[in-house]
Design a protein around this ligand. Sequence first.
Ligand SMILES: C[S@@+](CC[C@H](N)C(=O)[O-])C[C@H]1O[C@@H](n2cnc3c(N)ncnc32)[C@H](O)[C@@H]1O
Length: 200
Amino acid sequence: MYHPQDFFFHKAKKEGYLARSVYKLMEMDQKFKLIQNGSQVIDLGCAPGSWLKYLSEKVGHKGHVLAVDKTEILIEEKNVFFLQSDILESNLTEISETIKKIGWQEKFDGVFSDLAPNTSGVKDVDSARSYELCSQAWKWTKFFLKPRGIFLMKIFEGSDSEKLFSEIKKQFYISRKFRPKATRPQSREVYHIFLEYKPH
Ligand SMILES: C[S@@+](CC[C@H](N)C(=O)[O-])C[C@H]1O[C@@H](n2cnc3c(N)ncnc32)[C@H](O)[C@@H]1O
């Protein structure tokens, strides 16, 4: 029997993307106009690299992508700098120094987090791990995002999520919750998109 999710798997294969999850980002970008030519953005949890390929193409040769994952990946794109790091342990001041050394701007136009824990199948455990990753992605965002910038994050929602969303929401003019078409029906993941950062 044909499964609608196979469509995205085969499409990714045909179009040269390493994961079907790229179609989630594409749909959100088409809807919310998230990525501009010449922008400098962060891709948190970038492996195996399908969002990264899309981000690199969209920001173009004048833009930059800082790609971060605890798993090493091979990078060919000239506008990408890959940092192998566990984001729960990374030192943001040191990373900022590295950014300056390679001659990039200190602040970023967008932070995209597709971070996901290894799932255990136990709902509360997975959502607690996802919450921890999102809290850390929010720390990165507060450190690196430019005023008016955007923050997008994936979360497996749980009992603590609302508290985090309401904290983040206060620092953006616009916030939206979105479940892309390429999301597997059984998945509890959802994306939160925050636009127009207003740091205080
Ligand atoms: C769903 S995958 C990302 C897929 C990616 N957006 C793509 O399109 O190819 C989630 C990623 O989060 C990474 N990750 C999970 N916990 C992490 C951590 N503590 N530090 C860095 N990366 C982490 C995993 O290694 C994994 O590569």
